[in-house]
Design a protein around this ligand. Structure first.
Ligand code: B16
Ligand code: MG
Length: 232
């Protein structure tokens, strides 16, 4: 059987920490008189901590000194970690553990590709650290998603060519990163939001073993007709 590289995003794919990021950013933003909607929050998914605060400040038309900016990033992270510390295996999203087991049984290479600097502690909390051959997180990259760096490093660590890799992602930025890397992009979430992905599933319970087998064998390929505009 073929061996492919499967790269999993963390927040919103393996665990629903997106809700904790949202709570922590909202609290922080409100404390400096800024509010933002759930739709705007979509733009924070997959984006680095620094870039997230830059976006929030832009929405609120505010600028801060470098020291204050760093202090607020620290406050947000402390609040986020207070949620993370409560996590256990019950927070693994449906069918994720089974999918990881299936890929392992089929001798596939599996990596993590996350923008989060808290990825390792989170994986330890939910007891999944051992499932990954390679971990690439926010501590290893210099360019945040939508730059493909995180996934290209993942492919290299797995000894795979980018075109032999498949990325599971819940964010628009991450889907763009996977597409730029020339990997098969699989969106986990809403079709309307993740329309640039090659395939979209609401969650892993929707993804059949046949579909995974098709990715392994090469039958399920990258979609080439994406973003083709039609001129009448
Ligand atoms: P941290 P992912 C991303 O993780 C989150 O989606 C994004 O909302 C967050 O700002 C980013 O990690 C940085 O996280 O503050 O923990 O370093 O989705 O790429 O796994
Ligand atoms: Mg994510």
């Amino acid at each position: 059987m073929n061996k492919k590289g499967f790269i999993f995003d963390l927040d919103g794919v393996i665990v629903d920490t997106a809700k904790y990021h949202f709570l922590a950013w909202k609290k922080l933003a409100n404390s400096i008189g800024i509010d933002f909607s759930e739709a705007q929050n979509e733009q924070l998914k997959g984006v680095s901590r620094k870039r997230s605060l830059e976006k929030i400040l832009k929405w609120g038309n505010k600028s801060l000194s470098e020291g204050e900016f760093k202090r607020l990033m620290g406050l947000k992270n402390d609040d986020y970690l207070s949620h993370i510390n409560q996590m256990d295996t019950s927070e693994i999203l449906p069918n994720v553990a089974q999918t990881l087991d299936f890929l392992k049984e089929n001798k596939q290479a599996v990596a993590l590709g996350s923008a989060s600097k808290n990825a390792v502690p989170i994986l330890k909390k939910v007891d999944l650290l051992e499932q990954f051959e390679a971990i690439v997180d926010g501590n290893d990259v210099s360019k945040a998603k939508p730059d493909p760096e995180v996934f290209l490093i993942g492919a290299k660590l797995l000894n795979k060519e980018p075109e032999d890799c498949i990325v599971f992602e819940d964010s628009v930025a991450g889907i763009k990163a996977a597409n730029t890397a020339n990997m098969i992009s699989i969106g986990i979430g809403q079709k309307e939001v993740l329309h640039e992905a090659d395939y979209v599933f609401t969650d892993f319970t929707e993804m059949s073993q046949d579909f995974l087998k098709g990715l392994i064998s090469g039958k399920n390929k990258k979609q080439t007709k994406r973003n083709v505009s039609i001129d009448n």
